[in-house]
Design a protein around this ligand. Structure first.
Ligand code: BGC
Length: 237
């Protein structure tokens, strides 16, 4: 038996995921369950702060929500975006949270996209590592559900003088093809397991659909929607 007033009194969160190729939104209820379908537009090119904010405004139009969670593909500290390798240099030092509060007229919280995906995916037990395979390579590390924010593993050396992102990001997949990309991913998983000794590794992001080998038992696929569902966790305090 549900509370008949719950649907109207529940706080609604607009979850936004800014990606290198698409910007996605969805409305979540107070428990973090989706209230709408996921909507997506192409990330503008060039992906300047103004252009991306404009796209978010367009996606938010006509929707009912009380607060906003944003996942951003770079280091985020106190609402300020500090890196943006796959967007535009104007994001460096940009106060995204403040820039959105005024036009949206709602409280806004911003975090790294992989951190949000992880918050939506992990079980909250032991050491859980999340790696996202998209335009860039994102990473998030958790101990008993507690996040170590802004783990920029994607830009660390992996092999042949290249970083994980240079070897496994979208550009690499496009240039070397699925077979070699899968071989690289297998090697990366093996290396990450030996470094982090995680209990579970979650793989997220659009390119997980290109994986064509059997994953080890402690490696799971995090559905794409977790990149938005995790947005609710930014309000858990
Ligand atoms: C960024 C990370 C981000 C990842 C996935 C990387 O290039 O440095 O912060 O999480 O891409 O979007």
């Amino acid at each position: 038996m549900g509370d008949p007033t719950a649907a109207t009194t529940s706080i609604k969160t607009l979850a936004v995921d800014i990606g290198g190729s698409g910007i996605k939104v969805m409305i979540l209820d107070e428990q973090g369950n989706p209230l709408t379908e996921r909507e997506r537009v192409e990330t503008p090119n060039p992906a300047t702060p103004d252009a991306v904010i404009h796209a978010i405004m367009g996606l938010s139009e006509g929707k009912e929500f009380d607060r906003v969670s944003v996942g951003f593909p770079g280091v985020v500290r106190k609402g300020v975006t500090e890196t943006a390798v796959n967007l535009h240099p104007d994001w460096i030092g940009f106060d995204l949270a403040t820039a959105l509060i005024h036009p949206l007229n709602r409280p806004v919280r911003v975090a790294n996209d992989a951190d949000i995906q992880g918050l939506g995916a992990v079980a909250g037990e032991g050491v859980e590592l999340v790696i996202t395979l998209g335009t860039g390579i994102g990473a998030a590390l958790f101990l008993n559900g507690k996040l170590v924010p802004n783990l920029e593993l994607g830009h660390h050396p992996f092999r042949k003088g290249e970083t994980y992102e240079e070897q496994l990001g979208r550009a690499a997949l496009d240039s070397v093809g699925k077979k070699r990309w899968n071989n690289r991913l297998e090697r990366a998983i093996d290396l990450l397991e030996r470094i982090y000794n995680y209990d579970v590794l979650y793989l997220g992001g659009g390119n997980t659909k290109k994986i064509d080998f059997v994953l080890p038992p402690n490696v799971k696929i995090a559905p794409n929607v977790t990149g938005l569902l995790g947005g609710i966790a930014l309000w858990r305090d």
